[in-house]
Design a protein around this ligand. Structure first.
Ligand code: HEM
Length: 143
């Protein structure tokens, strides 16, 4: 596995390729929901925990929204569109101050979670490549 984190210039929106649909097929919806839950649990203990909900019910809702999104972009049921409308994720992140360092912490938490998944590497790699590139879209401050 190559968990490289690519650095981009502030303001760049690099072109994104969606993960392989096999990621959802191999993990199933419940596997994706567990992955996202584990990621949020790591974020809640990380240097960027101030960004995420502290109250359990709010954290559970956040987990659900993110899982809905990942299931949808892996070719699954459009839960996110049904529950939240069009993703427009950069806009939804605009209320949080996300700098390049915060993105690295966020990605490091995903590295940890993905390392525990027992699925074939090329499929896992396609999910990582997606996160590596698209996470930069959420970087909205260079302070
Ligand atoms: C591939 C990159 C990312 C994806 C696909 C993603 C996805 C999402 C989704 C779907 C939501 C829920 C939005 C809503 O329904 O309103 C969300 C919320 C949020 N994301 Fe991200 N995100 C990404 C990167 C990041 C990064 C890099 C950070 C910070 C370092 C971040 C911080 C947050 C915060 C603070 C929220 C609001 C709280 C919550 O609902 O969890 N996200 N993200």
């Amino acid at each position: 596995m190559d968990f490289t984190i690519t650095q981009y210039e502030f303001g760049q929106r690099p072109p994104v390729s969606l993960p392989s649909p096999l990621f959802l097929e191999l993990l199933s919806e419940s596997g994706i929901r567990k992955m996202v839950s584990d990621h949020y649990d790591l974020l809640s203990k990380s240097e960027i925990k101030h960004l995420f909900p502290r109250i359990e019910e709010a954290l559970d809702k956040a987990k659900q929204r993110s899982s809905d999104f990942f299931i949808q972009i892996c070719g699954g049921h459009p839960y996110f569109n049904e529950n939240r409308g069009k993703p427009m994720l950069a806009r939804r992140h605009a209320t949080f101050a996300i700098n390049a360092e915060a993105r690295v912490v966020w990605l490091n938490c995903y590295q940890q979670v993905l390392s525990t998944l027992e699925i074939q590497d090329d499929v896992k790699q396609s999910f990582w490549n997606y996160l590596n590139v698209f996470s930069f879209w959420m970087v909205n401050t260079n302070k």
